[in-house]
Ligand binder design. Sequence first.
Ligand code: PLP
Length: 386
Amino acid sequence: MSITEIDKQYVAGTYNRFPVEIVRGKGSECFDADGKRYIDMGSGIGVTAFGYADEQWQAAVTAQLSAVQHTSNLYYTEPCAKLAEHLCTRTGLSKVFFANSGAEANECAIKVARKYATDNKGEDYHVILTLQNSFHGRTLTTLAATGQDHFHKLFQPLTPGFVTIPANDVAALETAVAEHKVAGILFECVQGEGGVLPLDADYVKAMADICAREDILLMADEVQTGNGRTGTLYAYEQFGITPDVVTTAKGLGGGLPIGACMMSEKCEGVLGYGDHGSTYGGNPVCCAGALNVISRIDDTLLAEVKQKSAYVFDRLSKAEGVKSVSGMGLMIGVECEKPVGEVLTACREHGVLALSAKTKLRLLPPLNIPMELLTEAVDVIMEALK
Ligand SMILES: *Cc1c(COP(=O)(O)O)cnc(C)c1O
């Protein structure tokens, strides 16, 4: 049997895979089992921030792999401590809980909000507000947080205590805060899975003001937008706010599973001994990889992300077959005239791997994609969009 056939027979049928078996990659290029070369404009859904088999990242990971691959959280390890220190120093946040995925990072944030509210306002203040069209993960609790009904239907009952409100509607937010005993608000600065839609800057500021006024935790889900993806280390920086909690995952590990829930001074002490945990959380190999990734997301790299973003926006917004282009940095959504499935197929046939988000084409190239490859990929995408 071919790999495709074995996979179809034995792997749970939750993924509608493209008919491509990736066997190796280098930087922003990868190759399938037939030796066909692709430019990667998806980065494994925003994960491989420095592409495939990046040498610096590989060196950091393999050095740790040869020393200690896992210890559990009963012991200290350098990569975990240093990564937490680096994240806090760069963001001004105070403490980090390490998880293994985006959904788990958000689970931690939700626990922090509920415990903070219990400690400060009373147990009945447990409601978490989230926005329509949001995406926060696939666990039963993060599905409850996800503001898209079609994810909910088959899995009732979900975790109670979540209220979904329309995005960019300050009046609706004020009403929800008045009607419910709210512990926290979880939101994406740019809704990723929902169609690469940045929130209105005024709305984000209003959210921050209302949270400060009501002592509600403002929690930014930066699982997709984080780690340089939007042109700043975290997207919230561009909205002029300081969240109480920031979650991230995807690009943080450069390809190894890691999630982080970062807490500000206000709630840094909320989780105490035994309040939360994860066997793999803070795994030293994943942390060593993440420390390498995050310490290379410096001003020079971020300036390049912004330049490349402007280049893609400029070319695609004038392209034939394009209705609109949205997003921030190298997180770009393209509303196409053709069905997005057709665009993706044409891209793939011509050697470009891309993604969709709802009906849009979604581009999340490696942050360090060389200009020549970006240009070549945009040429292919423009042909595919026609
Ligand atoms: C991908 C994503 C998640 C879920 O991350 P997993 O690692 O798949 O659990 C949560 N929030 C946002 C905004 C995401 O884009």
